[in-house]
Ligand binder design. Sequence first.
Ligand SMILES: [Ca+2]
Ligand SMILES: [Ca+2]
Length: 212
Amino acid sequence: MKLATISRTACLCIAIASLGCAASGAGPVAGPSPPASGPSPPAPAPAPAATQPFRGAPHAIPGTIEAEDFDDGPGGVAWHDVDPENQGAPYRKTGVDVEARPDASGGHGVGWTKAGEWLVYTVDVATAGSYKLEIPVASPAPGGTFHIELGGADVTGLIQAPNTGSWQKLQVISRSGVKLEAGRQPMRVVMDSEGETKSVADIDFFRFTREP
Ligand SMILES: [Ca+2]
Ligand SMILES: [Ca+2]
């Protein structure tokens, strides 16, 4: 029983020492909470997600927009790609698959396109009105579908990539009567479905010319 007594005494001593420590202010002392001075200030609003035109200037319409010259910005903002790697040429450091090809305008195009992917291009439309749109694509079998939005509106409807005979053979597909509003705005190319190739199509550029 003597042991138990000592033990109890030791516990009491430790307890008293702890209290003494807390009371002596040897550590940081939590004082009373300051009186509430009203609601805390609102957190600063996050900056709006924005993209920057590739090479600094928006793409002019009428004009040609290289598929590989999508906006600068992070994934999910300037582009979306289903795999994080660039499967192709080291043209840019993003997840978008850019291919080098000598038959393409600018020596490059976008390839390995998959449903659900999209690309944003800041454009500046000089004049509102009706435009013809031409797009060179390549696909060795019936390809998938995609559409193009300007200022958030679908201006093309679904565009079907044809069988051009080979990944190495570009064929220009076109749309007439594409109605555009004037001014600087985002153009978004959206990959909607894959074809027999398990891809949408290889795409070289988007060319807009004014229609009468
Ligand atoms: Ca990729
Ligand atoms: Ca190109």
